[in-house]
Structure formats: C-alpha cells, structure tokens
Design a protein around this ligand. Structure first.
Ligand SMILES: [Zn+2]
Length: 380
C-alpha cells in the first residue's frame, strides 16, 4: 500500500475510514485515500497563450550560460540544482526556460517555502512577464488555479498533485519548512511531470544526488563575496566592541544589522543600544518586520536588531552585519552563509563588513569561511 500523493508506505501511518485506507503522513493537507488515483482526474486544459518577458538588466556571461543549460536540461528531462550565491540574480536566470515551456503549451510552477518570499516572488514575476495570467497560492490566497504559471508556497503544492506541471522550480530549497520535510519533498515530486529545478545559496546533500548541479559563484556585479571577520572576545566586552564599530559605521553613513540567536535577546540588545543609537528590534513575534526593514533602508533608524527571521530574501543597500554569539547552535553553515549574503549585494555597494562575534570558534563558522573562500577562488 502506498499513498499516491506523498509515497508513504509505513503501515503505522495508514488509517482506515468506512472501509477505505487513507494516508496519515500527509493528512495535514486534507485526506488522501489510497485508492484515489490522480491520473483518473480531469486535467487542466490551458488556453495556449504566448508569454514574453523582459529583464531590467542584461544577463552576465555566467548567468547566460546557466540560463541556456536550464533549457537544455529541460529538453533532456534532467533535474537541475542551481547553487547561486546570494545576490547573483538567480530568479532571472530561469525566465528563459519558463517562457519556453509555457510557449510550448506546458504549465510551470514556481514554489518557495515561505509566504512572505512567495508574495515577493509573485510581484517580481508579474512585473517581468506579460501575456499570461499568473496564479498565486499561499495560506488564505488562491488565485487562478488554471493559470499556465503558478507561484506558490511549498505547503500549497498538494493542490496540484492532480494536475502536475511540466516544470517545477523550487527557490530557497534549503529553507524551513521545506528543508528536511519528507512529506513536502514527496509532494513536490508528485507535482513534476518532466523535470525540476532547485535553487539555493547553499547545496543540500540531497541535491547532490539528484540531476545536474550548476554553480553560480559570482554576484551580478562580479565582486568577491565579503569574508566574515571573526572576533573572539569575552562576552563582557561585546557591547563596547560593537558600539565602537557602529559609531564608525554611522560616520561613514552605513546601515547596520545585528543578528542575535534568541527572540529574548532582541529587546535586550535594543535596550542596551538605545542610549546611543536609533535602534529597532524584530523577531518572528513582530507584526512590523517589513516596516522595520523600510525604516533601516530610509535611514530612519541606524541599527536593526533581528533574529534569523531576516536571514534570507532581503536586500538593504550599504548594510553592515554583526552576528552576536555566532557559535550558537541556531547558526548552522547555511544560516551563516545566508546572513553573510546580506552584505554587498548591490552594484553601488558591492562590498561591506560582516563580523562573527563570540568567545569561541564553531565548526559551522569554520565551514562558512571555507565555503566563501572557495567560492571566491573559483575552486568549487
Ligand atoms: Zn500521503
């Protein structure tokens, strides 16, 4: 017995209702009976529409190469993992293959683990593509189920198992809650008719077994990724250390992000810094995260203290970063890579400083530095 949606075969996770078996592994996405076959269901017939897209910039040689390879792999039916450093314009590299599939009458899905990133991705794609309707699905929003191009969270993919896509793109493949969730991963597989493109800034072990890996190790502006400075100092000196550095940064009209490991650390740091700087704090408990980021961008505050809630998908020009307590277990290598990736993203400010501050050096900090070094030396 096997669940047609998530592939579960574990008898402990199979229940019975009115004489029919159903899957308990993926029950959070409504009840799936094992005798329901998805291919029996009517398939969406999309009206053939011609899609065009425009880019705000010309692809770099490396981006163009990856863009061409994605088309080739699609034609051969090969899955691809794209490892692209933060700020390398990875979404834009996929536009050509998306347009190709849709113009041949196929349907494409662009999935991403988090709701806020999903809306941002949808807005970006909507601004760049014309000639077609684009669907948007996240908890509470169901727009255009039958559109040739769907943008959705990974939690909404189950709705499309009955109507799989020629091509599924998964952005931020290593982000919570998709990463390490076997049910979501299996559902994604069920949504793929031909092939799948996974993208992230850090490679997962799973990706390395699956299809071809393409690496984009240069940002669009071509500058090296900033290498974090490691400052190992006793905790009692941390405040005076960052105060001194922040003062200097403010003189140079830079913006500052401070990452702290725990939600409870946020108000503490805000309180400690408030006598000297214009500071605000956010965590997953805050309702005004986007507003706080805008305030930092608009120079209404000097410093934003945050948890890893702002680890990815956010760009603030000319930002410098501190990671406090950087050896804390919450900071694994990919999280540190993502945080380091906040710095030096824009063409106007292609470099910047990032400090990992703690009393000791963790294995994860070491791997992060080693990875950035090898990316910068083109030795990956
Ligand atoms: Zn299932």
């Amino acid at each position: 017995m096997k669940c047609p949606r998530c592939g579960n075969r574990d008898p402990h996770l199979i229940g019975q209702l009115n004489g029919r078996y159903y899957c308990r592994a993926c029950i959070q996405f409504n009840r799936q009976f094992l005798d329901e076959q998805h291919f029996d269901k009517p398939q969406i017939q999309t009206v053939h529409e011609t899609v065009t897209y425009h880019l705000d910039f010309v692809l770099s040689t490396q981006q163009q190469k990856i863009s061409d390879q994605l088309i080739l792999n699609y034609e051969r039916g090969i899955n691809t993992s794209v490892m692209a450093v933060c700020g390398s314009g990875k979404t834009e590299m996929t536009y050509a293959v998306i347009a190709k599939v849709i113009n041949r009458g196929g349907r494409v899905c662009f999935a991403i683990p988090r709701r806020a990133l999903c809306v941002e991705l949808y807005e970006r794609i909507k601004a760049h593509f014309s000639g077609i309707s684009i669907g948007l699905f996240y908890g509470g929003c169901h727009l255009h189920y039958d559109a040739p191009l769907i943008v959705c969270t990974t939690h909404q993919l189950y709705r499309f198992v009955d109507n799989p896509f020629e091509l599924v793109l998964l952005d931020e493949a290593d982000a919570f809650p998709y990463y390490k969730d076997r049910v979501l991963q299996a559902i994604l597989k069920s949504c793929v008719k031909r092939c799948c493109i996974k993208m992230s800034a850090t490679l997962c072990d799973d990706d390395q077994k699956d299809g071809e890996i393409l690496i984009m190790n240069r940002r669009y502006h071509g500058a090296n990724l900033p290498l974090p400075h490691i400052l190992l100092v006793p905790r009692r000196y941390w405040l005076s250390l960052i105060k001194k550095k922040i003062n200097q940064m403010i003189k140079e009209q830079k913006r500052i992000l401070i990452y702290v490991p725990l939600i409870a650390d946020v108000p503490q740091y805000v309180q400690l810094l408030r006598p000297w700087f214009r500071v605000k704090g956010v965590s997953s408990h805050s309702s005004d995260i986007n507003e706080a980021v805008s305030m930092l961008r608009d120079d209404q505050i000097d410093v934003l203290v945050t948890t890893t809630i702002l680890e990815r998908g956010m760009t603030v020009e000319n930002v410098q970063v501190f990671v406090m307590n950087a050896s804390h277990k919450i900071y694994d290598e990919r999280t540190l890579m993502q945080i380091a990736g906040r710095v030096g993203r824009s063409v106007n400010f292609p470099s910047g400083d990032i400090y990992f501050i703690d009393q000791c050096f963790s294995k994860e900090m070491k791997s992060c530095i080693a990875t950035i070094n090898s990316l910068n030396q083109d030795t990956v």
